[in-house]
Design a protein around this ligand. Sequence first.
Ligand SMILES: Nc1nc2c(c(=O)[nH]1)N[C@H]1C(S)=C(S)[C@@H](COP(=O)(O)OP(=O)(O)OC[C@H]3O[C@@H](n4cnc5c(N)ncnc54)[C@H](O)[C@@H]3O)O[C@H]1N2
Ligand code: MOO
Length: 339
Amino acid sequence: MKEVRVEDAVGMVLCHDLTEIVPGKFKGCAFRKGHIIEEKDIEKLLDIGKRYIYVWDLDEGYVHENDAAKRMVDAAIGQGITYGEPKEGKITLKAAYQGVLKINLDLLYQVNEDEAICFSTIHGNKVVLEGKALAGARVIPLAVKKEVIEKFEKICKEQGPLIEVFPIKKAKIGIVTTGSEVQSGRIEDKFGPVLEAKAKELGAEIVGQVFPGDDAEKIKEAILSFLEQGVDLVEVSGGMSVDPDDRTPKAIRDCGGEVITYGTPVLPGAMFMLSYVNGTPVVGLPGCVMYAKRTVYDLMVPRILAGERLTRRDFILLAHGGQCQNCEHCVYPDCGFGQ
Ligand SMILES: Nc1nc2c(c(=O)[nH]1)N[C@H]1C(S)=C(S)[C@@H](COP(=O)(O)OP(=O)(O)OC[C@H]3O[C@@H](n4cnc5c(N)ncnc54)[C@H](O)[C@@H]3O)O[C@H]1N2
Ligand code: MOO
């Protein structure tokens, strides 16, 4: 901190707030701590009775908090992130479009090891809408040693991006709805409308829905037929549990390809299945997806449509937070489900 004449302070950083009082009219902050003095500020400073002010002695080795925040953000972001000017040293990062938020957790924790750094995010792997606030970045002191920012930039360059939004593909989806009771018309199909609404939410299109009953061979043929049509995802509904009529897992296996999982540590959604047949994802959806408001579907299908090739490990990681609290007023994705 050093004392300078107001006229000599242009370009320097104010160390503390400066108060203006106009009797009977106004009392408040005329200039905030951290403000960089501009030519046009000189008159005003003189008007409020300042001839000398304290400014931050930004010698060579330091970076002001506003510049630090900007450099941190530039180093950390990948696709799909927007941000504005720093406010009181902090920059807020927002989603540029609807997509799946990805946070590199190892990197996030690594940059925050330095106590001068504050890089704080919401939870990743969930759908975020355009304009959603995702993260905030700032340094703790008013100015930091330049090495702190240089290290931040270096590790982000090596391991980044730290934060990005994967766009969700405008996918074509085929639905195979199993169950003899639905095929015969004994009961009305309730799965189709639910999957239609969920697809719409993600900007995807349902290109067809078929009702092959409970025969594994017929279910398999229906899946393969959608794959031949070149859909981006096949959703097979029902028949995922343990009754003798539940043939869906067998039918999906019989399509060949790589089964990633049959079973997930998520409730609702324990009996979910994911397989990749010639690279195209095929999901087996248990009855709860039709019934419950949010399930494993909402955790994983957006990620699939955002182009992630999921592994068994991705499903294991759902266990902590995999139990939905079934709140009366559902605020998903702004809750702990799947985190
Ligand atoms: N012994 C066990 N039983 C069940 C288990 C278990 O672990 N052990 N898991 C339960 C869970 S969790 C779920 S979820 C369901 C899984 O159900 P499925 O995917 O096998 O569903 P279905 O048996 O085909 O049908 C269940 C129920 O839903 C009706 N349904 C199915 N499809 C439609 C449709 N398109 N439209 C309207 N209604 C539909 C169906 O008629 C049944 O009433 O299993 C639990 N059981
Ligand atoms: O497996 Mo059920 O799918 O949890 O509700």
